[in-house]
Design a protein around this ligand. Structure first.
Ligand code: HSE
Length: 431
């Protein structure tokens, strides 16, 4: 019987979920894997003075060094999030020849390369299943199940909070604020929900997916990111009337030696699989060669969902603690080297554009003139309400149009006296 001594750093929502999962399955895990998964020490800045039931044999401390300096601890689970002190802790653990399990997407996205090298140099593994899609086994699917394939793209819904909000706004008619509050109460949102709704959480996750599929380390700052806070009920209703749904999509596509990497709200046809992904679910398409399209979906946020990704990593370590896991499934090195990011200005998609305008004759003509001057071809125009002399929404769908031209046209249109507020543009992606 082997024993895996675990040092857990960060006893928040996910940390408590991991403890709950291991405690309730310890006997089962022992029998199934002939390994005793033992949480030896838990460190947290605000650890309770009173020992929670079931943790009588676990040392509770505020001092992470009691974990890093303990030669009996085999694996450090880092669940504090953020870059610092998480990075120092993870480096400290690896240098002390401990394996690391983390759910920290910012850390892997920003410092992955450095940490993987450190892990390699110390003969250790760093596993991060819960960093993308929580417990959905997307990391392991790519790095193990699909090892040997080349990847041409990865795209999907990878922020549960945004998907929950967009679903609640469209299906339950909740306001943005009500939907966000529910997502927070259910434990889906980050402690700072701006990370979710601004699209940054998805950008971190996309950077990780790009890294492990295509081998390209993309600086998160170079990813084009747009969040969902400008999406209104008007947009959702217009989309519904057009048989479309709005999702926050993370997209990475290899086109020749250019890589398109972006996160933004996207209108997709209701028949597309991603349009049926509701609530907190995440769903990811992998475009691989020779395997083809692979699709994976499941709950992408929440305490026990995230905890089970961590537990899966721990089991993985428990059964092969002496064999560091290979986490690279890179495309051929020469292809990676030649791959450069495509600037957002070069991207072409169709657009849904909502203008809030004064309802009077000639307004549409002034808007379409500007669009025409920027070489933007119009597919349809729709004004559903009549409100003479007052403000109404007008929606224009474009044919394939260049980002840069659309941006310039919208800046110009926003300056027209008959246009109120900033036009809302949502890309309509061909998937
Ligand atoms: N806050 C994230 C989400 C879950 O809503 O998807 C953790 O990654």
């Amino acid at each position: 019987m082997d024993r895996l001594n675990i040092g857990l750093i960060g006893y928040g929502v996910v940390g408590q979920g991991v403890v709950k999962a291991i405690k309730s399955r310890r006997k089962f895990l022992r029998e199934k894997y002939e390994t005793d998964f033992f949480i030896k020490t838990i460190a947290d800045r605000s650890i309770a003075k009173k020992t929670p039931p079931g943790l009588e044999n676990t040392l509770l401390t505020t001092d992470v060094n009691l974990i890093l300096n303990d030669p009996d601890i085999h694996v450090v689970v880092e669940l504090i999030g953020g870059l610092s002190p998480a990075k120092e802790i993870v480096l400290g653990a690896l240098r002390a020849h401990k394996h690391v399990v983390t759910a920290n997407k910012a850390l892997i996205a920003e410092c992955g390369l450095e940490l993987f090298k450190e892990a390699d140099a110390n003969g250790c593994s760093i596993l991060f299943e819960s960093s993308v899609g929580a417990g959905i086994p997307i990391i392991r699917t790519i790095t193990e199940g699909m090892a040997g394939n080349k990847f041409n793209g990865v795209y999907g819904i990878i922020n549960g909070t945004c998907n929950y909000i967009l679903t609640a706004m469209s299906k339950n008619k909740l306001t943005f604020a009500q939907a966000l509050k529910e997502a927070q109460e259910k434990g889906y949102a980050e402690s700072n929900p701006t990370l979710d709704i601004s699209g940054m959480d998805a950008a971190y996750k996309l950077a990780i997916l790009v890294f492990i599929t295509m081998g390209k380390f993309v600086n998160v700052k170079d990813i084009y990111v747009e969040g969902i806070n400008h999406i209104s009920h008007d947009d959702i209703e217009f989309a519904q009337s057009l048989n479309l749904s709005i999702c926050l999509l993370a997209i990475a596509k290899k086109i020749g030696n250019k890589l398109d990497v972006r996160v933004h709200p996207t209108m997709i046809p209701n028949e597309h699989g991603l349009a049926t992904v509701n609530g907190v679910d995440n769903a990811i398409f992998l475009d691989s060669d020779p395997l083809g399209d692979v699709y994976i979906e499941g709950h992408g946020a929440g305490q026990m969902t995230a905890a089970m990704g961590v537990v899966a990593d721990l089991i993985n370590l428990g059964i092969r603690v002496d064999a560091p896991a290979c986490i690279w499934a890179f495309n051929p090195a020469d292809e990676v080297e030649n791959l450069s990011l495509r600037k957002i200005e070069e991207v072409e998609t169709r657009f849904y554009i909502r203008f809030m305008v004064i309802d009077k004759p000639g307004v549409l003509a002034s808007i379409t003139t500007v669009l025409g001057q920027h070489n933007i071809s119009i597919a349809s125009v729709s004004q559903k309400q009549e409100n003479k002399g007052l403000t109404v929404p007008v929606v224009i769908l474009t044919h394939q149009a260049n980002e840069d031209q659309v941006k310039k046209a919208l800046e110009e249109i926003a300056g027209l006296a008959v246009v109120k507020g900033k036009p809302v543009a949502i890309r309509m992606e061909k998937l």
